[in-house]
Design a protein around this ligand. Structure first.
Ligand SMILES: NC(=O)c1ccc[n+]([C@@H]2O[C@H](COP(=O)([O-])OP(=O)(O)OC[C@H]3O[C@@H](n4cnc5c(N)ncnc54)[C@H](O)[C@@H]3O)[C@@H](O)[C@H]2O)c1
Length: 439
């Protein structure tokens, strides 16, 4: 799609790195009306761009570079010292390849940051540095910002790139996502405005959020591919058309291809997901099929439950009130509820616990529900509070293990009790000091 409008005010931009991301970014920003210089120590890439050619194969890029060089909006150089004084925004697009140990290589990034820092002392006006390279959360704060500690005119933002090679120009002009993160709202908005002509609503977030979104997106894409491949492999072994299975699965845009189930929260449970995953994995193993992604899901869920347990065990609480016992709200189904396991463990470790669930009265539980519950917690009846008010009265700490309807949430808030919410946020025991500086 053609961009609908040119950015409100053309910016003067230096793009550092003329690789797949940098060259496409430079040419496309020029197409949007900005004055762009691409800088790269690689003479071949610079000469190609100056000659109006793409330095590598990417559909549509050659024509774009030729047009923008011809229009005078795009230039290229090996000399950052010449380009930098004429720019207000620098986009860092250097490589961050994998090290042998799997960590990201920050060598190119460190070098380019040193180069910029060495060139800006005495700069008369502000400079925004936007990082488009993929960097692990904390890298901007730990590697880039300290290099400009004595340069108050420099602001650093994160602006990750989501284009795909092979459709990079199309992806840039029709972004699936536009993310800009940083502490300086003005700088964030100014970088977002670079893309003002594109059909996308920018997401303005914090610096570290922007950095992590890129990794989360790529991990999600990889998980989707691996999932489709494992289902396709199983389907093939069962003489079923895997494409038909996945195409049909994708027709469900309410539960399957949607934000459903995509929020961090508590472990899953219930009468279906654990049982059906076990069947799938067991039956695949009988076909001598290894499906490592699907096999890892229940262990991952179990580990998540253990983390919740560790968090609750560490609470400085003498009387722990738990809200919710069923595996989710609005049901009394207790089969494979992770809360039952949580309670079992807490009781086993000598914690003083009581529980309230709006849908569960112990005397009304029967059948498989009752058997499941009594097998896990024989004296469960004594732990139940008939009302939330009584639970709140008794407890000195509240653990929320189920989404709450507004009246319950209001009662909890009014109680003033300290709360550990396992459902809507992952409790972090201590901030993680990350490793970027050690890379
Ligand atoms: N390739 C993709 O599809 C893609 C998509 C999204 C994000 N990314 C991320 O974007 C970043 C760049 O990826 P790429 O594929 O374009 O890498 P690339 O290796 O193709 O290009 C990096 C360029 O940076 C140049 N460079 C190195 N040091 C420099 C310096 N000091 N000054 C100026 N230029 C310098 C290199 O010469 C090279 O041309 C990486 O972090 C990558 O993970 C890549």
């Amino acid at each position: 799609m053609e961009p609908t409008a040119i950015s409100a005010y053309p910016e003067r931009v230096t793009v550092l790195g003329l690789g797949y991301v940098g060259c496409v970014t430079a040419a496309c920003l020029a197409r949007l009306g900005h004055k762009v210089t691409g800088v790269d120590p690689d003479e071949f890439k610079v000469k190609s761009v100056l000659a109006g050619e793409a330095p590598f194969f990417e559909p549509g890029l050659g024509e774009l570079v030729r047009n923008e060089i011809g229009a005078g909006r795009l230039s290229a150089s090996t000399n950052l010292a010449k380009a930098l004084p004429e720019s207000d925004i620098v986009l860092i697009c250097v490589g961050t390849p994998s090290n042998r140990n799997g960590d990201l290589g920050l060598e190119q990034l460190r070098r380019v940051v040193e180069e910029i820092a060495g060139l800006i002392s005495g700069r008369p006006r502000p400079l925004i540095i936007a990082v488009r390279s993929t960097v692990y959360p904390g890298t901007c704060e730990q590697v880039i910002i300290p290099a400009f500690a004595s340069c108050p005119e420099v602001t650093v933002v994160s602006n990750p790139e989501f284009l795909r090679e092979g459709t990079a120009v199309h992806d840039f002009m029709n972004p699936s996502l536009l993310v800009v993160g940083g502490a300086d709202a003005q700088a964030v908005r100014r970088v977002a405005a670079l893309y003002a002509g594109l059909p996308v609503e920018p997401c303005l977030v914090s610096l570290r959020t922007a950095e992590l979104i890129k990794y989360a997106s790529n991990a999600f894409h990889a998980v989707k591919i691996a999932f489709a491949n494992e289902i396709g492999t199983l389907a093939a072994h069962l003489d079923i058309d895997g494409n038909e299975v996945m195409d049909t699965l994708c027709r469900d845009t309410v539960l399957n291809i949607s934000p459903a189930y995509l929020k961090p929260g508590f472990a899953f449970g219930g009468s279906c997901l654990p049982k059906d995953l076990r069947t799938l994995v067991y039956r695949a193993s009988r076909l001598d099929l290894k499906l490592p992604l699907l096999e890892s899901v229940l262990p991952s869920n179990g580990r998540h439950l253990e983390r919740a347990l560790e968090t609750v065990l560490e609470l400085p609480a003498r009387r722990i009130g738990v809200f919710g016992l069923a595996f989710k709200e609005s049901t009394d189904d207790l089969r494979e509820s992770p809360v039952v396991t949580l309670l079992e463990q807490l009781i086993g470790k000598g914690r003083n616990v009581r529980v309230f669930d709006p849908q569960i009265l112990p005397e009304r539980i029967y059948g498989s529900n009752r058997r499941y519950l009594l097998a896990a917690i024989p004296h469960i009846g004594k732990l139940f509070d008939p009302s939330l008010e009584e639970l709140l009265e008794w407890a000195d700490h509240l653990v929320i293990a189920q989404k709450q309807a507004p009246p319950f949430a209001q009662l909890m808030a009014a109680s003033g009790l300290p709360v550990t919410n396992l459902v809507s946020a992952i409790p972090v025991r201590q901030p993680v000091a990350e490793t970027a500086t050690r890379a």
